[in-house]
Design a binder for this molecule. Structure first.
Ligand code: 9MJ
Length: 675
């Protein structure tokens, strides 16, 4: 039986170890131990605390899993009011604010400012007593908020104990709790699959997660914290500026924004706004503007407050990503695989920096969940380059006799029966390539840049070719003649000659591109590449049975079924024969069955925004070539693929001397590896 003192020492050591790992994982974004080691240490600590209740402690990492549910949140007073910010909606308004600052301070030149992204989450106050998180509260009305300590304890990036050498007896740290976009998407995907209502946006998701009386629910939500201000703090030995406070927080292990910068002119402020605005879409979290703050505390107190906003700070807002408009109708579009997508036609509305007149409704489940009626007033969201979406309906504004939007029973394009696979939300037209909509989409895909790359075969042209019956399947493209092309509208001799030359040169392709171009369900570029690398020939892929298809990295049972279904359909076999007879060729690929992928042994990290594909797709392509992929840069990383906005991962890779490649180089390497 170990001594009680030994047990206590072990408990303390485990807590320190777990908090250190937590900080490395959540704050520094640099995991240092495998999940199993973390879980094993946590379980050991949980066991010791259960066996020795006298050693339990509210700041123990075991508390991060949540506590017993509350019946209500308590109202708590803020030691100092929590302020909101005034807004500026143009450079002129920002300039006027800066001028007022100079006038009030009676100075000729602008004092130093700190600029930081304005996080779109929930403002909170964290009070630490003797370095231990003692209370967390929402902003509420600014003077009183709700005590959400148990919920906030579950958030991994909130230190339960401040690190560093000296921390004050009492200090209040203020900041934002938010849900990163990836966590929001994953959470909503999970909610949709389980028939729960998805959240409208990451901000609502963060608010909803913090509002849980059961902190074990909050513990399962992907929330993060970022500090941006102090509240109550000791008078002596306190920093003289906002910037220094941020550095002090960081030295205690509290996450701060890595985008904060010190600026000293209107030009620099405008430039910062533009730079962050350009990065806005590729950030991993939502921001709705830039906050500028006078850095020096003495200047701040000279400036003081008006109403509930400080005179030393302003929020310059970005264009709103949500707007309210009316649905004028719902159209059902038929995609390449027959999937029928409901699209809302909207009264044009300016949102996310552009005028939007259509928004996706995803599928009929989503329409059902929204209970969308004709003419409904809705909230539309357009974040980044994501397709605009209808996120919610304002029921109070529904017209009295509006009709509920119903699913079509026949394909709106070819009138074939509509099918719905059990367990799938998608409606599908059963017409296959008899359906002009599916055929058009198949031809467009076949000709697209990353497939057969037929230059000049645009959407309008494909439309005409299918409507006039010139093209009945993709193989017909290789039988087009100058004479028949000239019958199409707006097609002159010159364009026809050019198009025929483009079709001619597209015959020489790669096996991977050809497989991708066939448009087999769920066979994207990465899977096509994996199939080409593994089998080496179209004959081998056609002939492969389910078992051998499942041997291919990247191919699971669903994809294997789609492949078998595609290659066993007689119509597809005929098209394939005709394509090969038309002289589609590619350089021989030596089959890699049983051999290693060309990137075997390498670990890649993908970061920042890519032009040609999403990060997930790039990772998939790398894995198909045998590489390992990881989310964080470490000594084990072989190559970092860095797009714009790669940020801290780029800095880390540079400091570790990890090879860094841009997207162009990445595509060149994929091509060399047989893509
Ligand atoms: C946000 N939301 O990111 C402040 N904020 O400072 C930042 N909010 C703030 N600062 C004083 N970065 C009051 C609010």
């Amino acid at each position: 039986m170990p001594e009680r003192g030994d047990i206590k020492a072990r408990v303390v050591a485990l807590r320190e170890q777990l908090e250190r790992w937590n900080h490395q994982y959540y704050v520094l974004d640099e995991p240092t131990v495998p999940d199993q080691d973390y879980d094993a240490a946590l379980r050991e600590l949980q066991k010791l605390e259960t066996e020795h209740p006298e050693l339990q402690d509210p700041s123990s990492p075991t508390q991060r899993v949540g506590a017993a549910p509350l019946s209500a949140f308590e109202s708590v007073a803020h030691p100092m009011p929590m302020l909101s910010l005034d807004n500026a909606f143009s450079d002129e308004e920002l300039g006027a604010f800066l001028q007022r600052v100079m006038d009030r301070l009676d100075v000729e030149s602008l004092p130093e400012l700190v600029a930081e992204p304005k996080l779109d989450g929930i403002a909170v106050s964290l009070i630490y007593r003797d370095g231990v998180l003692a209370r967390a509260a929402t902003r509420g009305d600014g003077t009183h908020g709700e005590d959400i300590t148990l919920n906030v304890r579950t958030i991994g990036s909130v230190p339960l104990r401040l690190g560093g050498d000296a921390c004050p007896d009492v200090v209040e740290i203020r900041g934002e709790i938010f849900m990163p976009r990836a966590g929001f998407e994953a959470f909503n995907e999970y909610a949709r699959r389980n028939g729960e209502k998805p959240f409208v946006n990451p901000r609502n998701a963060a608010a909803g997660s913090l509002r849980q009386l059961d902190s074990q629910i909050t513990a399962r939500r992907p929330l993060e914290f970022c500090a941006y201000a102090s509240g109550q703090h000791p008078e002596s030995q306190w920093p003289k500026s906002h910037w220094e406070v941020l550095q002090l927080f960081a030295s205690w292990g509290v996450p701060i924004s890595r985008y904060a910068e010190r600026l000293s002119s209107l030009e620099e402020c405008v430039d910062y706004y533009q730079r962050l605005g350009d990065q806005r879409d590729s950030l991993s979290f939502d921001i709705d503007g830039i906050v500028y703050k006078v850095n020096d505390f003495e200047a701040q107190s000279k400036l003081g407050f008006v109403a509930r906003a400080p005179r030393w700070s302003i929020a310059r807002k970005f264009p709103a990503q949500e707007a309210v408009t009316k649905v004028t109708g719902v159209e059902f579009q038929v995609g390449r695989t027959g999937a029928i997508t409901p699209v809302a036609r909207l009264e044009p509305v300016f949102v996310g920096g552009v005028t939007v007149s259509n928004a996706t409704l995803h599928n009929m489940d989503e329409v059902g969940r929204l209970e969308l009626h004709d003419g409904d007033t809705v909230v539309v969201r357009r974040a980044g380059d994501v397709i605009p979406q209808v996120v919610s309906v304002i029921e109070e504004r529904r017209l009295p006799d509006a009709a509920l939007i119903a699913a079509p029973s026949a394909c709106p394009v070819c009138a074939s029966a509509v099918q719905r696979v059990a367990g799938e939300a998608t409606l599908r037209c059963s017409g296959g390539l008899v359906c002009p909509a599916q055929l058009k989409a198949a031809v467009r895909h076949f000709a697209s840049r990353r497939a057969m790359d037929i230059d000049g075969l645009g959407e309008k042209l494909v439309e005409q070719m299918v409507d006039t019956g010139l093209v009945r399947d993709v193989a017909d493209l290789f039988r087009l003649e100058q004479r028949s092309l000239l019958t199409l509208e707006r097609m002159g001799e010159k364009s026809a000659t050019k198009l025929l030359a483009a079709i001619e040169s597209s015959r020489r392709t790669t096996l991977a591109r050809f497989i991708f171009a066939l448009g087999i369900r769920e066979v994207g570029e990465a899977t096509a590449l994996a199939l080409a690398t593994y089998f080496g020939s179209i004959e081998a892929i056609r002939a492969a049975d389910l078992d051998s298809l499942l041997e291919v990295p990247d191919v699971g049972p669903v994809v294997a079924q789609h492949l078998r279904a595609f290659f066993s359909a007689q119509a597809n076999q005929q098209v394939l024969e005709r394509l090969l007879a038309a002289g589609v060729v590619w350089p021989a690929v030596s089959p890699a069955q049983n051999a290693q992928g060309p990137l075997e042994g390498q670990t890649w990290v993908v970061s920042g925004k890519l032009e040609s594909q999403s990060r997930d797709e790039a990772e998939e392509a790398l894995r198909a070539l045998g590489a390992r992929t990881s989310k964080s840069v470490s000594g084990k990383t072989s190559v970092l693929l860095a797009g714009p906005g790669a940020g801290s991962k780029l800095a880390k890779a540079e400091s570790l001397g990890v090879e860094i490649v841009d997207e162009q180089e990445f595509l060149a390497r994929l091509a060399k590896a047989g893509a």
